[in-house]
Design a protein around this ligand. Sequence first.
Ligand SMILES: [Fe+2]
Length: 341
Amino acid sequence: MKVCKTCDRVYKSEHDFLINTYEWRTHNNKEMWFSCSCGSTLILKAGQFEWFDPYKLLSDRAKTIFNDLALSTHLPRIRTSIERIQNLLEQPDSEAKDIARELKGEPLLAADLLKLANHVRRENSAEINKLEHAIMYVGRRTLRDLVTAAYLKELKFNTHAFTLEMFWQEAFLIGLVSESIVKELSLPLGTDVAYVGGCLSNNGKLVAALCMPEQLDMIYEETIVNQTTWQEAEKRLGAPSHTILGEIAAAFWSLPRFVSETIGHHHDWYSQTDESDWANPGLIDVVILAHQLSHLILDRPHRMENPLFEKACEVFKLSQKDVEAMVKKFAGHRDFANSFV
Ligand SMILES: [Fe+2]
C-alpha cells in the first residue's frame, strides 16, 4: 500500500495506480516515479510493480489504435541521456552545474534551451548565455518540460507533404500565442506552462508522422484540396484522431499532466464539459483560442473551427475587434516560431 503524503490518496490495487496518475518514468533503473492526481511525485522501488507498462494507462480507444498501428515497435522511447537530465532536474539536491554538464552532451538541446530561456527573460534583463544561469532563471520544473519538447523536436518525420518544419512552425506558434494570451488577458496561469502546453498540444500529429506517414500526408492534402479542417479531414479518411494518438504520446513520453489535458481536449472541450467548467477559463481554453488565432495568423481560414472559436471568444469575453487586435499584435510570432525550426 502507498499513501500520498500531500493529499492522503491511498493506493492499494493496480487499478488505483493506473487511474488519474501521470508522468510514469524510470529513475536509474532502480525506482519508478509517477505523479499523483494532486501533482506530487511518488516513488516506487523497481521490481515492486513489475506489471507497469505505459500501455496500461491508455483508454480502451487508445489501446485499440495502439495495437492496430503496431505502435509498440514504431513509437520511439525517450533517450536515456534525456531521462538522465530529467531525473537530475527533479532531484532537489542536484546542482545546476551538474545539470549543465549533462546538457552539454546534448548540444542541440542546450542551444534550444538557451534560446527559450532568453525568450522568457524580462526585456530589460541581461542576455542569458550560460546554461547554469538559464537553469536557475527558467526553473527546474519548466526546464524539464522544455527538455522533453526539445527532445521531441529531434524526431525525424517519414512524411513527404506534411513536413517536420510545418509541424514545428505551427507547434511553436501555438505555444507563443498561448503564452501571449495569458499575458494579454492577465490570466492567473504560468506563461511557461502556457507555452509548453500550447506547443505540445498537437503531439498526436507527431505520432502520426512517425507511425502512419502516408495517411498523415493524405490528411494534410485533404485539408488543402477540399479546404477543410484537420478534424474533418481525419474523419473523411477514417484516420485515428490526433487527440487519441496524443494520449498515447503523453503516456509513453511521460508528458506532464497539463500537456496531456491540452492534447486530449483542444478540440472537444466545449462539447464534453458544461458551462460551470468555463466560468474560470484555464489552460485548455487558452490553447483552444491559440489554435484558432494561429490559423488566422497563418492566413488559412479553412482550418478554423468556427463553433469552437466562437465559444472560446465567449468564454474570454472577446469581441471581433479584440480578436483583430490580438491577431495583429501576435503576428510577429510567426517569424519567431519559424526561427526555432
Ligand atoms: Fe489539434
